[in-house]
Design a protein around this ligand. Structure first.
Ligand SMILES: Cc1cc2nc3c(=O)[nH]c(=O)nc-3n(C[C@H](O)[C@H](O)[C@H](O)COP(=O)(O)O)c2cc1C
Length: 440
Protein backbone atom coordinates (compact mmCIF):
# COMPACT_ATOMS: atom_id res chain seq x y z
CA UNK A 1 0.00 0.00 0.00
CA UNK A 2 1.37 3.41 -0.90
CA UNK A 3 1.80 5.57 2.16
CA UNK A 4 0.33 9.01 1.39
CA UNK A 5 2.22 10.90 4.06
CA UNK A 6 5.69 9.28 3.63
CA UNK A 7 6.70 11.60 0.79
CA UNK A 8 5.55 14.80 2.53
CA UNK A 9 6.55 17.55 2.91
CA UNK A 10 7.14 18.47 -0.68
CA UNK A 11 8.19 14.99 -1.80
CA UNK A 12 6.79 12.41 -4.19
CA UNK A 13 7.66 8.94 -5.35
CA UNK A 14 9.92 8.70 -8.33
CA UNK A 15 9.50 6.31 -11.24
CA UNK A 16 11.05 3.43 -9.33
CA UNK A 17 8.49 3.92 -6.57
CA UNK A 18 11.06 5.25 -4.12
CA UNK A 19 10.12 8.15 -1.90
CA UNK A 20 11.63 11.34 -3.23
CA UNK A 21 11.97 13.90 -0.50
CA UNK A 22 13.29 17.38 -1.15
CA UNK A 23 17.06 17.20 -1.53
CA UNK A 24 19.14 19.21 0.89
CA UNK A 25 20.31 22.44 -0.70
CA UNK A 26 24.07 22.83 -0.78
CA UNK A 27 26.21 24.50 -3.41
CA UNK A 28 27.51 21.70 -5.63
CA UNK A 29 31.28 21.53 -5.78
CA UNK A 30 32.07 20.92 -9.44
CA UNK A 31 33.46 17.45 -10.04
CA UNK A 32 36.99 17.80 -11.33
CA UNK A 33 37.91 14.53 -12.98
CA UNK A 34 41.41 13.14 -12.61
CA UNK A 35 41.91 15.39 -9.63
CA UNK A 36 42.15 12.94 -6.70
CA UNK A 37 45.01 14.09 -4.58
CA UNK A 38 47.05 11.06 -3.69
CA UNK A 39 49.11 11.50 -0.52
CA UNK A 40 48.05 15.17 -0.39
CA UNK A 41 49.48 17.33 2.41
CA UNK A 42 47.22 18.42 5.24
CA UNK A 43 47.92 20.70 8.23
CA UNK A 44 49.82 18.74 10.91
CA UNK A 45 46.89 18.88 13.37
CA UNK A 46 44.53 17.07 11.01
CA UNK A 47 46.84 14.47 9.50
CA UNK A 48 45.14 11.52 7.90
CA UNK A 49 45.72 8.24 9.73
CA UNK A 50 47.03 6.53 6.60
CA UNK A 51 49.03 9.49 5.32
CA UNK A 52 51.87 8.25 3.16
CA UNK A 53 50.34 4.79 2.79
CA UNK A 54 46.92 5.32 1.24
CA UNK A 55 45.32 8.04 -0.89
CA UNK A 56 43.10 10.46 0.94
CA UNK A 57 41.18 13.59 0.09
CA UNK A 58 40.03 16.49 2.24
CA UNK A 59 36.28 16.25 2.85
CA UNK A 60 34.27 19.40 3.68
CA UNK A 61 30.64 19.03 4.77
CA UNK A 62 30.78 15.46 3.49
CA UNK A 63 31.98 16.48 0.01
CA UNK A 64 35.51 15.72 -1.21
CA UNK A 65 37.07 19.04 -2.22
CA UNK A 66 38.36 17.53 -5.46
CA UNK A 67 37.78 14.56 -7.73
CA UNK A 68 34.59 12.94 -9.09
CA UNK A 69 31.26 13.66 -7.41
CA UNK A 70 30.32 11.03 -4.83
CA UNK A 71 26.90 12.39 -3.88
CA UNK A 72 23.85 10.18 -4.22
CA UNK A 73 20.11 10.35 -3.55
CA UNK A 74 18.69 7.28 -1.83
CA UNK A 75 14.96 6.99 -1.15
CA UNK A 76 14.71 10.72 -1.71
CA UNK A 77 17.40 11.56 0.87
CA UNK A 78 20.54 13.28 -0.38
CA UNK A 79 23.88 11.91 0.86
CA UNK A 80 27.03 14.01 0.17
CA UNK A 81 28.90 10.70 -0.12
CA UNK A 82 27.70 7.08 0.19
CA UNK A 83 29.71 6.25 3.32
CA UNK A 84 27.64 5.73 6.43
CA UNK A 85 28.65 4.86 9.99
CA UNK A 86 27.09 1.44 10.73
CA UNK A 87 25.10 1.09 13.94
CA UNK A 88 27.40 0.30 16.87
CA UNK A 89 29.97 1.99 19.11
CA UNK A 90 30.86 4.70 16.50
CA UNK A 91 27.28 6.07 16.84
CA UNK A 92 26.67 5.77 20.58
CA UNK A 93 26.32 9.42 21.63
CA UNK A 94 26.32 13.06 20.50
CA UNK A 95 30.10 13.49 20.72
CA UNK A 96 31.03 10.52 18.53
CA UNK A 97 28.29 11.23 15.97
CA UNK A 98 29.40 14.88 15.77
CA UNK A 99 32.97 13.65 15.18
CA UNK A 100 31.69 11.44 12.33
CA UNK A 101 29.96 14.39 10.65
CA UNK A 102 32.99 16.65 11.19
CA UNK A 103 35.31 14.11 9.54
CA UNK A 104 32.97 13.88 6.55
CA UNK A 105 30.83 10.74 6.81
CA UNK A 106 27.84 10.98 4.46
CA UNK A 107 25.50 9.61 7.12
CA UNK A 108 25.47 8.20 10.62
CA UNK A 109 23.36 5.31 11.90
CA UNK A 110 23.13 5.68 15.65
CA UNK A 111 23.55 2.74 18.02
CA UNK A 112 20.23 0.84 18.17
CA UNK A 113 17.75 2.39 20.59
CA UNK A 114 14.84 0.77 22.45
CA UNK A 115 12.24 2.50 24.64
CA UNK A 116 13.46 1.02 27.91
CA UNK A 117 17.25 1.00 28.17
CA UNK A 118 17.14 -0.12 31.82
CA UNK A 119 16.74 -3.71 30.53
CA UNK A 120 20.09 -3.40 28.67
CA UNK A 121 23.05 -4.42 30.82
CA UNK A 122 26.41 -4.83 29.12
CA UNK A 123 29.44 -6.81 30.34
CA UNK A 124 33.18 -6.24 29.93
CA UNK A 125 35.23 -7.54 28.19
CA UNK A 126 32.69 -7.75 25.40
CA UNK A 127 35.01 -7.84 22.35
CA UNK A 128 37.52 -10.44 21.12
CA UNK A 129 39.82 -10.09 18.11
CA UNK A 130 41.08 -12.53 15.46
CA UNK A 131 44.54 -11.37 14.36
CA UNK A 132 46.53 -12.25 11.27
CA UNK A 133 49.06 -15.01 12.03
CA UNK A 134 51.72 -13.16 10.00
CA UNK A 135 51.10 -9.72 11.49
CA UNK A 136 49.78 -9.55 15.02
CA UNK A 137 48.87 -5.88 14.55
CA UNK A 138 46.43 -6.71 11.77
CA UNK A 139 42.88 -7.45 12.92
CA UNK A 140 40.95 -9.67 10.53
CA UNK A 141 37.97 -10.67 12.64
CA UNK A 142 36.08 -9.15 15.57
CA UNK A 143 33.55 -10.70 17.90
CA UNK A 144 31.25 -8.69 20.13
CA UNK A 145 28.70 -9.65 22.75
CA UNK A 146 27.55 -6.04 23.09
CA UNK A 147 23.84 -5.31 23.43
CA UNK A 148 21.91 -2.37 21.98
CA UNK A 149 22.27 1.13 23.46
CA UNK A 150 22.31 1.20 27.25
CA UNK A 151 21.75 4.99 27.30
CA UNK A 152 18.37 6.43 28.38
CA UNK A 153 15.99 6.84 25.45
CA UNK A 154 15.19 10.45 26.40
CA UNK A 155 18.89 11.34 26.34
CA UNK A 156 19.34 9.76 22.90
CA UNK A 157 16.32 11.71 21.61
CA UNK A 158 17.77 15.02 22.88
CA UNK A 159 21.04 14.21 21.15
CA UNK A 160 19.35 13.28 17.84
CA UNK A 161 17.57 16.64 17.91
CA UNK A 162 20.76 18.53 18.73
CA UNK A 163 22.62 16.81 15.89
CA UNK A 164 19.87 17.56 13.37
CA UNK A 165 19.76 21.20 14.55
CA UNK A 166 23.52 21.54 14.11
CA UNK A 167 23.85 19.43 10.94
CA UNK A 168 20.53 19.91 9.08
CA UNK A 169 22.03 18.86 5.74
CA UNK A 170 23.62 15.63 7.02
CA UNK A 171 21.85 12.27 7.15
CA UNK A 172 21.00 10.92 10.60
CA UNK A 173 19.51 7.42 10.69
CA UNK A 174 17.82 5.98 13.78
CA UNK A 175 18.41 2.28 14.31
CA UNK A 176 15.43 0.99 16.27
CA UNK A 177 14.43 -2.31 17.86
CA UNK A 178 11.50 -3.35 20.03
CA UNK A 179 9.61 -6.34 21.31
CA UNK A 180 6.59 -7.85 19.53
CA UNK A 181 4.36 -4.96 20.61
CA UNK A 182 2.61 -2.62 18.15
CA UNK A 183 2.25 0.28 20.62
CA UNK A 184 5.96 0.16 21.45
CA UNK A 185 7.02 0.30 17.78
CA UNK A 186 4.60 3.16 17.10
CA UNK A 187 5.85 5.15 20.08
CA UNK A 188 9.49 4.57 19.09
CA UNK A 189 8.81 5.75 15.54
CA UNK A 190 6.83 8.83 16.59
CA UNK A 191 9.45 9.94 19.12
CA UNK A 192 12.37 9.54 16.72
CA UNK A 193 10.54 11.39 13.93
CA UNK A 194 9.91 14.32 16.29
CA UNK A 195 13.71 14.68 16.55
CA UNK A 196 14.07 15.07 12.79
CA UNK A 197 15.86 11.82 11.87
CA UNK A 198 15.97 11.18 8.11
CA UNK A 199 15.62 7.39 7.83
CA UNK A 200 14.85 4.41 10.07
CA UNK A 201 16.90 1.24 10.10
CA UNK A 202 15.06 -1.63 11.80
CA UNK A 203 17.41 -3.88 13.73
CA UNK A 204 16.02 -7.33 12.86
CA UNK A 205 19.44 -8.83 13.05
CA UNK A 206 21.38 -8.57 16.32
CA UNK A 207 22.33 -12.24 16.87
CA UNK A 208 22.80 -12.15 20.63
CA UNK A 209 21.36 -10.78 23.80
CA UNK A 210 17.64 -10.43 23.14
CA UNK A 211 16.30 -13.75 21.73
CA UNK A 212 14.34 -14.42 24.91
CA UNK A 213 12.47 -11.16 24.20
CA UNK A 214 11.98 -12.18 20.50
CA UNK A 215 13.99 -9.15 19.40
CA UNK A 216 16.75 -8.62 16.82
CA UNK A 217 17.69 -11.72 14.81
CA UNK A 218 15.02 -13.75 16.62
CA UNK A 219 12.43 -11.49 14.96
CA UNK A 220 14.35 -11.21 11.65
CA UNK A 221 14.43 -15.00 11.20
CA UNK A 222 10.69 -15.43 11.73
CA UNK A 223 8.94 -14.35 8.53
CA UNK A 224 5.43 -14.36 10.06
CA UNK A 225 6.47 -12.12 12.94
CA UNK A 226 8.46 -9.95 10.55
CA UNK A 227 5.53 -9.42 8.19
CA UNK A 228 3.36 -8.17 11.01
CA UNK A 229 5.99 -5.88 12.55
CA UNK A 230 7.04 -4.43 9.17
CA UNK A 231 3.36 -3.73 8.47
CA UNK A 232 3.03 -1.78 11.75
CA UNK A 233 6.22 0.16 11.03
CA UNK A 234 5.22 0.89 7.44
CA UNK A 235 1.88 2.30 8.56
CA UNK A 236 3.41 4.41 11.33
CA UNK A 237 6.51 5.87 9.62
CA UNK A 238 6.53 9.06 7.56
CA UNK A 239 10.17 8.75 6.51
CA UNK A 240 11.95 5.98 4.56
CA UNK A 241 12.57 2.70 6.37
CA UNK A 242 15.33 0.11 5.83
CA UNK A 243 15.20 -3.38 7.35
CA UNK A 244 18.63 -4.60 8.51
CA UNK A 245 18.88 -8.29 7.76
CA UNK A 246 20.63 -11.11 9.60
CA UNK A 247 23.07 -13.36 7.72
CA UNK A 248 22.31 -16.15 10.22
CA UNK A 249 19.70 -17.68 7.95
CA UNK A 250 19.84 -20.05 4.96
CA UNK A 251 18.08 -17.77 2.46
CA UNK A 252 18.37 -14.05 3.28
CA UNK A 253 16.02 -13.13 0.44
CA UNK A 254 12.97 -14.68 2.20
CA UNK A 255 12.82 -12.17 5.09
CA UNK A 256 14.07 -9.51 2.65
CA UNK A 257 11.00 -10.00 0.44
CA UNK A 258 8.69 -9.97 3.46
CA UNK A 259 10.07 -6.59 4.57
CA UNK A 260 9.86 -5.05 1.10
CA UNK A 261 6.41 -6.49 0.39
CA UNK A 262 5.24 -4.78 3.58
CA UNK A 263 6.15 -1.49 1.86
CA UNK A 264 9.53 -0.66 3.38
CA UNK A 265 11.88 1.34 1.11
CA UNK A 266 15.05 -0.66 1.46
CA UNK A 267 17.24 -3.33 3.04
CA UNK A 268 20.59 -3.24 4.83
CA UNK A 269 22.90 -6.25 5.12
CA UNK A 270 24.65 -7.74 6.93
CA UNK A 271 24.58 -7.62 10.70
CA UNK A 272 27.14 -9.76 12.50
CA UNK A 273 27.51 -13.52 12.03
CA UNK A 274 27.00 -15.73 15.07
CA UNK A 275 30.40 -16.75 16.39
CA UNK A 276 32.57 -18.12 19.16
CA UNK A 277 35.97 -16.46 18.89
CA UNK A 278 37.95 -19.31 20.40
CA UNK A 279 38.96 -21.23 23.49
CA UNK A 280 41.91 -20.34 25.71
CA UNK A 281 44.12 -23.45 25.81
CA UNK A 282 45.58 -22.59 29.23
CA UNK A 283 42.31 -21.95 31.06
CA UNK A 284 40.05 -24.04 28.77
CA UNK A 285 37.59 -21.11 28.89
CA UNK A 286 35.93 -19.62 25.77
CA UNK A 287 36.57 -16.02 24.60
CA UNK A 288 35.50 -13.31 25.28
CA UNK A 289 35.61 -14.53 28.86
CA UNK A 290 33.50 -12.87 31.56
CA UNK A 291 34.02 -14.32 35.07
CA UNK A 292 35.07 -17.62 33.48
CA UNK A 293 32.11 -17.91 31.09
CA UNK A 294 31.17 -16.72 27.61
CA UNK A 295 28.18 -16.59 25.30
CA UNK A 296 28.09 -16.75 21.47
CA UNK A 297 28.45 -13.31 19.89
CA UNK A 298 28.49 -11.58 16.52
CA UNK A 299 31.43 -11.68 14.09
CA UNK A 300 32.45 -8.68 11.96
CA UNK A 301 35.48 -7.01 10.29
CA UNK A 302 37.52 -8.03 7.21
CA UNK A 303 36.88 -11.78 7.57
CA UNK A 304 33.12 -11.38 7.00
CA UNK A 305 33.38 -9.40 3.74
CA UNK A 306 33.03 -12.39 1.36
CA UNK A 307 29.95 -13.58 3.27
CA UNK A 308 28.50 -10.05 3.26
CA UNK A 309 29.11 -9.74 -0.49
CA UNK A 310 27.32 -13.03 -1.13
CA UNK A 311 24.28 -11.94 0.90
CA UNK A 312 24.27 -8.52 -0.78
CA UNK A 313 24.48 -10.19 -4.19
CA UNK A 314 21.42 -12.34 -3.37
CA UNK A 315 19.43 -9.36 -2.09
CA UNK A 316 20.42 -7.09 -5.00
CA UNK A 317 19.44 -9.78 -7.52
CA UNK A 318 16.09 -10.26 -5.76
CA UNK A 319 15.50 -6.45 -5.73
CA UNK A 320 16.34 -6.25 -9.43
CA UNK A 321 14.11 -9.16 -10.42
CA UNK A 322 11.15 -8.67 -8.09
CA UNK A 323 11.03 -4.89 -7.67
CA UNK A 324 12.67 -3.77 -10.91
CA UNK A 325 15.46 -2.14 -8.89
CA UNK A 326 12.95 0.13 -7.14
CA UNK A 327 14.14 -0.60 -3.59
CA UNK A 328 17.36 0.52 -1.96
CA UNK A 329 20.21 -1.52 -0.52
CA UNK A 330 22.84 -0.57 2.05
CA UNK A 331 25.89 -2.88 2.20
CA UNK A 332 27.80 -3.67 5.40
CA UNK A 333 30.50 -6.10 6.44
CA UNK A 334 34.27 -5.84 6.65
CA UNK A 335 34.70 -2.60 4.72
CA UNK A 336 38.02 -0.86 5.42
CA UNK A 337 39.04 0.54 2.03
CA UNK A 338 37.49 2.36 -0.89
CA UNK A 339 38.11 -0.79 -2.93
CA UNK A 340 36.00 -2.84 -0.47
CA UNK A 341 33.24 -0.23 -0.69
CA UNK A 342 33.42 -0.20 -4.49
CA UNK A 343 32.84 -3.96 -4.56
CA UNK A 344 29.63 -3.53 -2.56
CA UNK A 345 28.46 -0.79 -4.96
CA UNK A 346 29.35 -2.92 -8.01
CA UNK A 347 27.01 -5.55 -6.55
CA UNK A 348 24.15 -3.05 -6.30
CA UNK A 349 24.52 -1.16 -3.01
CA UNK A 350 23.38 2.48 -2.86
CA UNK A 351 25.27 3.20 0.36
CA UNK A 352 28.06 1.39 2.23
CA UNK A 353 28.28 1.19 6.02
CA UNK A 354 31.36 0.78 8.19
CA UNK A 355 31.33 -0.15 11.88
CA UNK A 356 34.34 -2.23 13.02
CA UNK A 357 36.64 -0.47 10.52
CA UNK A 358 35.97 2.81 12.35
CA UNK A 359 36.57 1.16 15.74
CA UNK A 360 39.99 0.02 14.51
CA UNK A 361 41.11 2.96 12.33
CA UNK A 362 39.06 5.96 13.54
CA UNK A 363 36.69 8.43 11.86
CA UNK A 364 39.19 9.95 9.33
CA UNK A 365 38.96 6.63 7.45
CA UNK A 366 36.21 8.28 5.38
CA UNK A 367 38.85 10.48 3.70
CA UNK A 368 40.57 7.35 2.39
CA UNK A 369 37.31 5.72 1.32
CA UNK A 370 36.40 8.82 -0.72
CA UNK A 371 39.82 9.11 -2.39
CA UNK A 372 40.05 5.40 -3.21
CA UNK A 373 36.58 5.29 -4.77
CA UNK A 374 37.42 8.46 -6.71
CA UNK A 375 40.59 6.83 -8.02
CA UNK A 376 38.57 3.83 -9.22
CA UNK A 377 36.05 6.17 -10.91
CA UNK A 378 38.79 8.17 -12.60
CA UNK A 379 40.48 4.99 -13.83
CA UNK A 380 37.23 3.80 -15.44
CA UNK A 381 35.94 7.23 -16.54
CA UNK A 382 32.89 7.03 -14.30
CA UNK A 383 31.35 10.40 -13.44
CA UNK A 384 28.90 9.31 -10.76
CA UNK A 385 28.16 6.31 -8.57
CA UNK A 386 25.12 5.57 -10.73
CA UNK A 387 27.54 4.90 -13.62
CA UNK A 388 28.81 1.71 -11.96
CA UNK A 389 26.33 0.71 -9.24
CA UNK A 390 25.26 -2.89 -9.88
CA UNK A 391 27.61 -3.24 -12.89
CA UNK A 392 29.04 -6.60 -11.72
CA UNK A 393 25.70 -8.18 -10.83
CA UNK A 394 24.99 -9.59 -14.33
CA UNK A 395 28.20 -11.67 -14.11
CA UNK A 396 26.74 -14.16 -11.64
CA UNK A 397 25.22 -17.30 -13.06
CA UNK A 398 24.63 -20.95 -12.13
CA UNK A 399 27.37 -23.57 -11.94
CA UNK A 400 25.72 -25.42 -14.81
CA UNK A 401 26.12 -22.30 -16.95
CA UNK A 402 29.82 -22.01 -15.96
CA UNK A 403 30.40 -25.59 -17.14
CA UNK A 404 28.66 -24.82 -20.43
CA UNK A 405 30.62 -21.57 -20.94
CA UNK A 406 33.92 -23.32 -20.26
CA UNK A 407 33.11 -26.17 -22.62
CA UNK A 408 32.32 -23.69 -25.37
CA UNK A 409 35.51 -21.70 -24.65
CA UNK A 410 37.67 -24.83 -24.66
CA UNK A 411 36.23 -25.91 -27.95
CA UNK A 412 36.96 -22.44 -29.35
CA UNK A 413 40.51 -22.29 -28.06
CA UNK A 414 41.23 -26.02 -28.37
CA UNK A 415 43.12 -25.47 -25.17
CA UNK A 416 43.03 -27.44 -21.93
CA UNK A 417 42.08 -25.42 -18.84
CA UNK A 418 42.93 -27.26 -15.61
CA UNK A 419 42.13 -30.94 -15.06
CA UNK A 420 39.33 -32.58 -17.02
CA UNK A 421 38.13 -34.62 -14.04
CA UNK A 422 39.09 -35.63 -10.48
CA UNK A 423 40.69 -38.76 -11.98
CA UNK A 424 43.65 -36.64 -13.18
CA UNK A 425 44.83 -35.36 -9.76
CA UNK A 426 48.26 -36.77 -8.87
CA UNK A 427 50.18 -36.79 -5.62
CA UNK A 428 53.47 -35.35 -6.92
CA UNK A 429 51.98 -32.70 -9.18
CA UNK A 430 49.21 -31.74 -6.74
CA UNK A 431 50.15 -28.10 -6.01
CA UNK A 432 50.84 -27.35 -9.70
CA UNK A 433 47.52 -28.91 -10.66
CA UNK A 434 45.78 -26.78 -8.01
CA UNK A 435 47.54 -23.66 -9.36
CA UNK A 436 46.36 -24.47 -12.92
CA UNK A 437 42.74 -23.97 -11.81
CA UNK A 438 43.06 -20.82 -9.70
CA UNK A 439 41.67 -17.61 -11.22
CA UNK A 440 43.71 -14.88 -9.54
C1 LIG B 1 30.73 -3.75 18.87
C2 LIG B 1 29.62 -3.79 17.87
C3 LIG B 1 28.35 -3.36 18.22
C4 LIG B 1 27.31 -3.38 17.29
N1 LIG B 1 26.08 -2.91 17.64
C5 LIG B 1 25.07 -2.89 16.73
C6 LIG B 1 23.81 -2.32 17.04
O1 LIG B 1 23.58 -1.79 18.13
N2 LIG B 1 22.85 -2.36 16.09
C7 LIG B 1 23.04 -2.91 14.85
O2 LIG B 1 22.13 -2.91 14.01
N3 LIG B 1 24.25 -3.42 14.52
C8 LIG B 1 25.25 -3.42 15.42
N4 LIG B 1 26.48 -3.92 15.07
C9 LIG B 1 26.67 -4.54 13.73
C10 LIG B 1 27.29 -3.55 12.74
O3 LIG B 1 26.48 -2.43 12.50
C11 LIG B 1 27.57 -4.25 11.38
O4 LIG B 1 26.35 -4.69 10.84
C12 LIG B 1 28.51 -5.45 11.49
O5 LIG B 1 29.46 -5.26 12.51
C13 LIG B 1 29.26 -5.74 10.18
O6 LIG B 1 29.94 -4.59 9.70
P1 LIG B 1 31.49 -4.24 10.02
O7 LIG B 1 32.33 -5.40 9.60
O8 LIG B 1 31.74 -2.97 9.26
O9 LIG B 1 31.54 -4.01 11.51
C14 LIG B 1 27.54 -3.89 15.99
C15 LIG B 1 28.83 -4.31 15.63
C16 LIG B 1 29.87 -4.26 16.54
C17 LIG B 1 31.24 -4.71 16.13
Amino acid sequence: MMRPTRAAPGGARNQQGRVSRPTHSRAQIPARRNAVRTFAKKPAKQRNIFEGQRPWVEVVDGKPVSGPDLSCVVDGVKFPNPFVIGSGPPGTNYHVMKKAFDEGWGGVIAKTVTLDSSKVINVTPRYARMKSSSNQKEVIGWENIELVSDRPFEKMMQEFKRLKDEYPDRVLIASIMEEYNKDAWEELIGRCEECGVDIFELNFSCPHGMPERRMGAAMGQDCELLEEVCGWVNDAANIPVWAKMTPNITDITSPGKVALDAGLEGLAAINTIQSVMGVNLDTLRPEPCVEGYSTPGGYSSKAVKPIALAKVMSLATMIKEKYDGGKSLSGIGGVETGMDATEFMLLGCDTVQVCTGVMIHGYPLVQNLCAEVQEFMTQHNFESIDDFRGASLPYFTSHTKLVQLQKEAQERKKKKVGLKSDEEWTGDGFTKETESMVSN
